[in-house]
Write a protein that binds this ligand. Structure first.
Ligand SMILES: [Zn+2]
Length: 58
Protein backbone atom coordinates (compact mmCIF):
# COMPACT_ATOMS: atom_id res chain seq x y z
CA UNK A 1 0.00 0.00 0.00
CA UNK A 2 1.37 3.42 -0.91
CA UNK A 3 2.34 5.80 1.88
CA UNK A 4 1.81 9.07 0.08
CA UNK A 5 -0.78 10.31 -2.41
CA UNK A 6 -0.53 13.56 -4.32
CA UNK A 7 -3.51 15.53 -5.60
CA UNK A 8 -2.56 17.04 -8.96
CA UNK A 9 -5.42 19.54 -8.80
CA UNK A 10 -3.82 21.50 -5.97
CA UNK A 11 -0.34 19.89 -5.72
CA UNK A 12 -0.93 18.75 -2.15
CA UNK A 13 0.53 15.47 -0.92
CA UNK A 14 -1.25 13.44 1.77
CA UNK A 15 0.14 10.82 4.13
CA UNK A 16 -2.34 7.99 3.69
CA UNK A 17 -1.63 6.24 6.98
CA UNK A 18 -2.45 9.44 8.82
CA UNK A 19 -5.14 10.97 6.62
CA UNK A 20 -8.10 12.82 8.07
CA UNK A 21 -11.68 13.09 6.86
CA UNK A 22 -10.90 16.73 6.09
CA UNK A 23 -8.25 15.68 3.56
CA UNK A 24 -11.12 14.65 1.28
CA UNK A 25 -8.94 12.12 -0.48
CA UNK A 26 -12.13 10.47 -1.66
CA UNK A 27 -12.72 13.54 -3.85
CA UNK A 28 -9.44 13.19 -5.73
CA UNK A 29 -10.21 12.00 -9.23
CA UNK A 30 -8.38 8.98 -10.65
CA UNK A 31 -6.58 11.18 -13.18
CA UNK A 32 -5.49 13.56 -10.42
CA UNK A 33 -3.88 10.92 -8.21
CA UNK A 34 -0.10 10.96 -8.12
CA UNK A 35 1.90 8.21 -6.46
CA UNK A 36 5.60 8.52 -5.81
CA UNK A 37 8.63 6.32 -6.40
CA UNK A 38 10.37 6.34 -4.03
CA UNK A 39 7.28 6.67 -1.86
CA UNK A 40 8.56 9.38 0.48
CA UNK A 41 7.49 12.86 1.50
CA UNK A 42 10.89 14.19 0.47
CA UNK A 43 10.41 12.86 -3.05
CA UNK A 44 6.91 14.33 -3.27
CA UNK A 45 8.22 17.74 -2.22
CA UNK A 46 11.03 17.45 -4.76
CA UNK A 47 8.26 17.05 -7.37
CA UNK A 48 6.63 20.29 -6.21
CA UNK A 49 3.89 18.84 -4.02
CA UNK A 50 3.20 20.68 -0.77
CA UNK A 51 2.63 18.62 2.38
CA UNK A 52 -0.96 18.56 3.62
CA UNK A 53 -1.08 20.32 6.98
CA UNK A 54 -3.71 17.92 8.30
CA UNK A 55 -1.93 14.61 7.80
CA UNK A 56 1.78 15.07 7.10
CA UNK A 57 2.83 16.89 10.27
CA UNK A 58 4.05 14.72 13.09
ZN1 LIG B 1 -4.06 15.33 4.12
Amino acid sequence: MPGFLGDKQNNIVHHLANMKEECKIINIGLKDKQYFDPDTLENAQAKNFSPCKLCTSN
